[in-house]
Write a protein that binds this ligand. Structure first.
Ligand code: PHE
Length: 448
């Protein structure tokens, strides 16, 4: 093995770093508003089905590929099928990392802004806050800078150390908030909305939204798990690691809903308010709670950290590519990629009211995404590109590399895997690509 690439220092370190990538704004900001827009409990049910039957088995494929050849997504594909068009899938992953980071960093910047807004006793005025270009651009720059600083520190020194301490803290604070939110008057209706599935609300769009959200939340479809898997040693049990990563990620998203929907219904707000949901409901919850300014501020601090462990993983994919394949020094290329991402993110930062052109961008059909540039980027890179990437990568692993070889890799370090071997091979070769394909056809309106 190439000892200069770096490795996770321990099993727990790897699980937490990968869980740190998975857990982020996707769980606490995106999950609740997508649940709200897609009718509540029915969506939650489909989401969980997607995580268990598509996300988790697919995650094993990315991890196996990464650990087997120990390279970034482009290099991994090149190592298995040299000089083929399959490399394009690796490039798509690298591009998607930059694309997601460009809008994700903007929202992470808002989160940082709320650390201060809560302390200063100004929990309201979200729409005005995100429409004000100067603070938004500065906070976005700050967040990208911090991300680059940590990625600069390398694998175990930077990413791992942070994830270990702060993710568990976020978890504990959120557990406490469940209790508070559910003692509010009127909160019971929120629990019903969230947990009682109304199956008539399931449509093609719900199913695509659930699949896209599962990939986004689990950090799948862009080769992130190939990259993180490449730093895992051969003795490690990938199967149990993937299980815990998926479990923690789903738990945090689920808990976010247990806080937000009760609080939302207690205040008589509309669950389909869209992307602003969390930034409106939670500050309001904190404002009414004794000591809420401090608790709210700590909450947004921890949420910023959760976002940071995700942004470092997003930046790590293009950086690992440049380091491995283009032989660029890590310490230099990190800053170049960060700067490029920032520039690509400026339209997203200005699309929430600061600039008319980007606010009413509207290049995509309105049934797919709202008109603002940020929402369009979120659909293109945060849903569509991940789903397409996962489709192609599952075919690559299942048929080109070969499901048998992938299964052998998974069995290294986890004797238990052989019990699921046959099922997994069937899933990666047939079930996963077929399901994604049908959902994509539906997206293009093939089924009317
Ligand atoms: N999973 C992260 C979140 O939920 C976002 C992400 C997507 C990170 C893809 C890396 C790769 O916030």
């Amino acid at each position: 093995m190439d000892s200069n690439r770096g490795q996770w220092s321990s099993k727990v370190g790897f699980i937490l770093a990968a869980a740190g990538s998975a857990i982020g704004l996707g769980n606490i900001w995106r999950f609740p508003y997508i649940v709200g827009e897609n009718g509540g409990g029915a969506f939650v049910l489909i989401y969980i089905i997607m995580v268990v039957f598509i996300g988790l088995p697919y995650m094993l494929a990315e991890l196996a590929l990464g650990r087997s050849v120990q390279r970034n997504p482009v290099g991994s594909i090149e190592a298995i099928k040299p000089k083929s068009a399959w490399k394009g899938v690796g490039y798509l992953g690298v591009l998607t990392g930059v694309g997601i980071l460009s809008f994700y960093g903007v929202i992470a910047g808002w989160t940082v802004g709320y650390i201060y807004k809560m302390l200063a006793g100004r929990p309201g005025g979200f729409a005005g806050f995100i429409a004000d270009p100067i603070p938004v651009l500065i906070l976005f720059a700050f967040f990208i800078f911090l991300t680059a600083l940590i990625v600069n520190g390398g694998i175990s020194g930077g990413i791992e150390r942070w994830s270990k301490i702060l993710i568990p803290l976020l978890f504990i604070l959120m557990l406490g908030l469940i209790i508070y939110a559910n003692t509010l008057k009127g909160s019971g209706k929120g629990l019903i909305f969230y947990l009682n599935p109304d199956l008539s609300k399931i449509t093609g769009k719900t199913i695509l939204a659930a699949l896209g959200q599962a990939f986004f939340s689990l950090s799948l479809g862009m080769g992130l798990m190939i990259t993180y898997g490449s730093y895992v040693s051969k003795q490690e049990n990938i199967m149990t690691s993937a299980f815990y990563i998926s479990l923690f990620d789903t738990l945090i998203a689920f808990i976010a809903g247990l806080i937000i929907f009760p609080a939302l219904f207690a205040n008589g707000l509309n669950p389909s308010a869209g992307a602003k949901l969390v930034f409106v409901v939670l500050p309001d919850l904190f404002a009414k709670m004794p000591g809420g300014a401090l608790v709210g501020s700590v909450f947004f601090l921890l949420l910023s950290v959760a976002a940071l462990t995700s942004t470092i993983s997003l930046l790590e994919v293009p950086v690992a590519y440049m380091v491995d394949e283009k032989k660029q020094p890590r310490k230099k290329i990190v800053w170049v990629v960060a700067l490029v991402t920032y520039i690509i993110g400026i339209p997203s930062a200005l699309s929430q009211g600061a600039n008319h052109f980007f606010t009413d961008f509207g290049w995509l059909p309105s049934r797919l995404a709202s008109a603002d540039f940020l929402s369009e980027m979120s659909f293109l890179f945060g849903d569509f590109s991940l789903v397409v990437g996962a489709f192609l990568l599952s075919i690559f692993v299942g048929w080109v590399w070969g499901a048998e070889k992938a299964a052998d890799e998974l069995a290294l370090g986890s004797a238990n895997f052989n019990r699921f071997r046959k099922v997994w091979i069937f899933m990666i070769r047939f079930f996963i690509p077929a399901v994604i394909f049908i959902i994509l056809l539906n997206l293009f309106g093939i089924f009317g």
